[in-house]
Design a protein around this ligand. Sequence first.
Ligand code: FES
Length: 235
Amino acid sequence: MSVRTLVINGKDVAGDADQTILEVARENSIHIPTLCHLKGLSDVGACRLCVVEVAGVNKLLAACVTKVEEGMSVVTDSPTLHDYRRTIIEMLFMERNHVCSVCVANNHCELQDAAKELGLTHFDLPPLEPVVEVDASHERFVIDHNRCILCTRCVRVCDEIEEAHTWDVFDRGAGCRVITDMGTPWGESRTCTSCGKCVQVCPTGALFEKGRSVAEAKHRRRFLPYLRALEQDQQ
Ligand code: FES
């Protein structure tokens, strides 16, 4: 394991060569907002909320999938980054139908938290208001695609931790959806073990347990160290 020294926000830090900018930043109490990242799962760089500036690189890089390099100089907070992150969150809100006041995850939602952190008090972009499905065919869980931000945490936890690979991603662009068993209704899935891991890692109210009402879908945070422990066991 070789050490890399770098500078983040003017602070000298060090990390292992296989660590990402995000990991090293967090080890040094430097905040970088994230949505698709979840410790214990692989990183896919889906949401781009963690973008940072790296000296000498003429584009923004996702901190969760960029490995640290010797001599790197990283900025994690600037007016430019703030604007990009704010636009990303606004686009996520506009892409589907997020109505926080009637959402099961109201006040327990990472998308909502990010909007608050970035001072998103109103939307400038026009909403797409797509007509999207709700699948309530599973006896215990529901997926409401209106609230899905396509972070793919459900896909990854199901594949990497539960190893059922029930969830997958279908299509691209506005038609993109997370699906179960190649498009089979969730309740008819033959691979789903009903473990509920996907529900617990969902950052919004897209996946929730039946019987939850507005603001009642709290994600169990104690579940996350459990995921990490499982991952370490598997290595
Ligand atoms: Fe890095 Fe989503 S947290 S791209």
